[in-house]
Design a protein around this ligand. Structure first.
Ligand code: AP5
Ligand code: ZN
Length: 214
């Protein structure tokens, strides 16, 4: 299955991605995760991306498109993949269409996780992530049982550098201007499904599985 997770910052894309990749046994391609890994490792790509990410701005299309194009050529993407946080602009969506047509395949579904603007800031600011296994928690909505420690692996939890109120607000504004138009882009291709992302995490997942029809 070839899927895209679309939605504003804090909508729950990463949270739902972990269930989707396990159920459908497809690789998870998160452009945000790829950039954060490169920043941590101090690569050239990481150095280029950091300034944009810290300000809540999008990394330039050319950089993102090249990374995704290369990733899709890898063997594990032959039978399907989940794109999380890509595409984010119309240019990226067009570049993806081109890559897919070269590969002779097409997207099956675009899952649009819909969450009201007012909820997003609280979600992102309260998010905590495990430094060892990447599991995502929320101090109020999805807390770990032991403060500051991951339930799955015992790793320490940290807060993302761009999860402060000011940067999150900017990220939401950028989403509304640059990414939201992709809802119509994929609606026109008849592959968009919209899921109510304000429900309980498990119910959101159930709705996604039902919408995928498998
Ligand atoms: P990226 O890492 O993609 O961040 P994002 O899109 O801003 O999304 P988030 O990771 O913030 O949110 P999410 O929807 O995954 O929510 P989560 O599941 O964690 O991008 C970061 C940056 O990288 C960008 O700003 C940009 O600079 C750059 N970048 C990345 N891709 C790019 C691209 N294609 N082009 C250009 N630049 C790019 O959930 C959030 C919180 O809510 C968690 O605490 C979770 O526990 C909680 N939660 C989840 N679901 C629920 C629920 N149903 N009820 C209650 N709480 C919930
Ligand atoms: Zn962990």
């Amino acid at each position: 299955m070839r899927l895209i997770l679309l939605g504003p910052p804090g909508a729950g894309k990463g949270t739902q991605a972990s269930g989707i990749i396990e159920k459908y046994q497809i690789p998870h391609i998160s452009t945000g995760d790829i950039f954060r890994k490169n920043i941590k490792e101090g690569t050239e790509l990481g150095k280029k991306a950091k300034g944009y990410m810290d300000q809540g701005l999008l990394v330039p299309d050319e950089l993102v498109v090249a990374i995704v194009e290369d990733r899709l050529k890898e063997d594990d993407c032959k039978d399907g993949f989940l794109l999380d946080g890509f595409p984010r602009t119309e240019k990226q969506a067009e570049a993806l269409d081109e890559s897919l047509s070269k590969m002779g395949v097409s997207m099956d579904k675009v899952i649009n996780v819909s969450v009201d603007k007012n909820v997003l800031v609280e979600r992102a600011v309260g998010r905590r992530i495990c430094k060892d296994c990447g599991a995502t928690y929320h101090i109020k909505f999805n807390p770990s049982t032991k403060d500051g420690v991951c339930d799955k692996c015992g790793g320490a939890l940290y807060q993302r550098a761009d999860d402060n109120e000011e940067t999150v607000t900017k990220r939401i504004e950028v989403y509304l201007n640059e990414t939201q138009p992709l809802i119509d882009y994929y609606k026109a291709r008849n592959i968009l499904v919209t899921i109510d992302g304000e429900q309980d995490i498990h119910k959101v997942f159930e709705d996604i599985v039902a919408a995928l029809g498998a």
